[in-house]
Design a protein around this ligand. Structure first.
Ligand code: GDP
Length: 444
């Protein structure tokens, strides 16, 4: 999709109908002429005023607030307007069909308003991605991470790096240009290397924080594992506070991976209940166990459940990966003198809801350990991280290859700043624009 900004686009930009108020947004060259026909005299720019909204044949469609934003000081950079009308399905449908009847006016595609904002230099790609995340944010930490990106703080970091690289290249160019004349002592470019070393360190720090960004954006993965019947499904249900998994006294009930999402103090935590690990000849159960082991390998944390009431302690699960494990004794309400004397990190009873708060706090401590970063201006997408890695590699090459000549070292720096340009969308972006904007809803 290459946007054609000769066309005026419109869409319902507010949420599902019916609602108290619906906001229809317009952007493009015909915005104000269309608006004048619908509402008469336009209010003062950027001020809301109540207007009757009429079809061209004089039917009263609704009354509502109208705001207009002349270009370039608008979200898209074009002439924009918002009509706030009553949020009834028929009311909105009447206005949208009236708008569609105007020459050069059409309903917007998903993300088209944001795409026009990008094309007109109102937002860069990092801000656009942040905006998409902001709209999708469900937890407080997801909102804060997205806000850093959508309000331009992360872009400012990348822009400052790009300027330092440009400065370094300019210094090197100067030395190359004047080196024949013998009046430059040859040490001009030497002054840039310490700053580039510092820059490489800053990029490295951002990359170290990448896992934190990923966990905040995509969630912290916790896998509940252990032998059959130790109470895994019961724990999932207790933590989620609803029936997600079927709980029975028969071993091997959970064969596939069940999942729920929790909001722990603003962090998104994905909880997975897996098939009990045991020796079995039953093919469906075997497949469940295979998937359980796979899920454990990609987890951020494993809750290893053991039945603390059973006379014979449950068989240990054979896990020797490097994912952190919390060992949990279950069914404490059934414990008696013959119960195992083993110690556990935590003890719970899902039936009595005992130990749940301690467990939530223990999970939260692990989440915080992995997301302990100074600032939330960190990359949260694979795309951004890949380009950052290229930045780092090229700056490192430029610094360490002291014998290859200044021209080649400057070439590495050019590549590094190109990679930064790709993150913010200043260069080479056409290929991925379609993908990025299609993640938006219509009306944004
Ligand atoms: P899973 O196979 O590990 O998922 O175990 P389930 O959650 O299906 O539980 C197996 C059996 O143990 C069921 O009969 C549960 O009702 C019972 N159970 C699980 N947790 C508790 C608990 O905290 N106390 C008691 N008394 N029974 C429990």
């Amino acid at each position: 999709m290459i946007p054609n900004s000769d066309e005026t686009i419109f869409a319902l930009s507010s949420g599902a109908l019916p609602a108290g108020v619906a906001v229809v947004r317009l952007s493009g060259p015909a915005t104000f002429s269309v608006l004048r026909i619908l509402v008469g005299e336009l209010p003062k720019s950027r001020f809301a005023a109540l207007r009757s909204i009429r079809s061209r044949d004089g039917r009263l469609l609704d009354t509502g607030l109208v705001v207009n934003f002349p270009n370039p000081a608008s979200f898209t950079g074009e002439d924009c307007a918002e009509i706030h009308l009553h949020g009834g399905k028929a009311v909105v449908a009447a206005l949208l069909s009236e708008l569609e009847s105007f020459e050069g006016c059409r309903i917007a595609e998903a993300g088209e308003f944001s795409r026009r904002a990008f094309e007109n230099g109102k937002l860069d790609l990092v801000e656009i991605e942040g905006l998409a995340d902001l709209l999708a944010a469900e937890t407080e930490m997801q909102r804060r991470l997205a806000a850093e990106q959508s309000f331009g703080r992360l872009s400012a970091v990348y822009e400052a790096w790009r300027e330092r690289l440009l400065h370094a290249r300019a210094m090197i160019e100067a030395e190359l240009d004047f080196s024949d004349e013998g009046d430059i002592p040859g040490a001009v470019s030497d002054r840039v290397w310490p700053d580039l070393g510092a820059l490489a360190e800053e990029v490295r720090k951002q990359l170290e924080a990448e896992r934190a960004g990923e966990i905040i954006r995509d969630g912290f993965k916790v896998v509940i594992a252990g032998s059959p019947n130790v109470g895994k499904s019961s724990l999932l249900n207790a933590l989620a506070d609803r029936e997600i998994a079927i709980v029975t006294e028969y071993a091997g009930t959970t064969r596939d991976i069940l999942h729920c999402e929790l909001d722990l103090d603003g962090f998104a935590v994905h909880l997975f209940d897996t098939a009990g690990i045991r020796e079995t000849d039953e093919p469906v159960e075997q497949e469940g166990i295979r998937r359980a082991l796979g899920k454990m390998a990609e987890a951020d944390l494993i809750l290893h459940l053991k039945d603390a009431s059973a006379a014979a302690g449950s068989v240990d699960l054979a896990y020797d990966g490097d994912v952190p494990v919390i060992t949990i004794g279950t069914k404490t309400d059934l414990r008696n003198d013959s119960s195992p004397k083993q110690t556990y990190d935590l003890m719970i009873s899902s039936v009595q809801r005992a130990g749940m708060e301690e467990l939530r706090q223990a999970i939260l401590r692990k989440v915080r350990q992995k997301t302990d970063v100074m600032s939330l201006a960190i990359p949260s997408r694979i795309r951004q991280r890949q380009h950052l890695r290229d930045v780092l590699t090229n700056v490192e090459e430029a610094i360490k290859n002291v014998h290859i000549g200044l021209e080649l070292r400057a070439e590495y720096l050019r590549r590094a700043s190109d990679s930064l340009g790709r993150i913010t969308g200043k260069i080479d972006v056409e290929a991925m624009l379609g993908k990025i904007f299609s993640d938006f809803c219509v009306g944004k």
